[in-house]
Ligand binder design. Structure first.
Ligand SMILES: Nc1nc2c(ncn2[C@@H]2O[C@H](COP(=O)(O)OP(=O)(O)OP(=O)(O)O)[C@@H](O)[C@H]2O)c(=O)[nH]1
Ligand SMILES: [Mg+2]
Length: 194
């Protein structure tokens, strides 16, 4: 897809503040620091549209980006961020859960997992959350530039096995925000679903 316009629209903390124009949405979810914002920038070919940070989970808001006036990319940061106060965390997790389960304009959920480790308990929490959600769910392994070709294959296999144990078969795509690995594949799926 040719990106001629990519704009940050707003950060949202409540359902009432989500866009009401019914444009399709594509969401990126995953634990803090997994590389969501970096991947969004990579997909859009922008360096700093989505803010990245080495200190995870600072903002707990859904960040809406409008692409080509056609659809939204939604960055869902800070899922399960351990250092936030428990009440804040619960409030956040409730918003994300109901967003994923009930947002009717949502076309595909990309769940990001760090390729360097087997899925963590947080990742599995998100798997389980998405199990009953009736929206296509694709797994993106992040930071694959840090792995050799062989370890990359192993990471895909390991993720498939973890999903298999949960009875969830999903597409798994290796990616890197640094080298743009997986960019075309992700766009392919994205365009398929929107
Ligand atoms: N080597 C490498 N580093 C990456 C990659 N993607 C992200 N990073 C680094 O990982 C850190 C976190 O990246 P972010 O994109 O901010 O992660 P996030 O998932 O948006 O984090 P939150 O917004 O806190 O939920 C940053 O220091 C990035 O530079 C990648 O593909 N390769
Ligand atoms: Mg981020």
């Amino acid at each position: 897809m040719l990106i001629h316009d990519a704009r940050f629209i707003r950060s949202v903390a409540r359902h009432e503040d989500m866009p009401t124009d019914r444009l399709p949405e594509v969401t990126f979810v995953g634990r803090s620091n997994v590389g969501k914002s970096s991947l969004i920038n990579m997909l859009l070919g922008r360096k700093k549209l989505a803010l990245t940070s080495s200190t995870p989970g600072k903002t707990q808001l859904l960040n809406y980006y409008l692409i080509n006036d056609q659809f939204y990319l939604v960055d869902v940061p800070g899922f399960g961020y351990a250092k936030a106060a428990r009440t804040e965390r619960n409030k956040w997790s409730k918003l994300v859960k109901s967003y994923l389960a009930s947002r009717t304009t949502l076309r595909v959920i990309f769940q990001l997992i760090d390729s360097r480790h087997p899925p963590t308990s947080k990742d599995v929490e998100i798997f389980n959350l998405l199990r009953g959600v009736d929206v296509p769910h694709v797994i993106l392994l992040t930071k694959c530039d840090k792995l050799s070709g062989n370890s990359r294959l192993k990471a895909v296999k390991m993720t498939n096995e973890s999903l298999g144990e949960l009875g969830m078969e999903r597409i798994v795509i290796p990616t890197s925000a640094k080298t743009a690995l997986g960019k075309d594949k992700v766009w392919e799926w994205l365009e398929t679903f929107i």
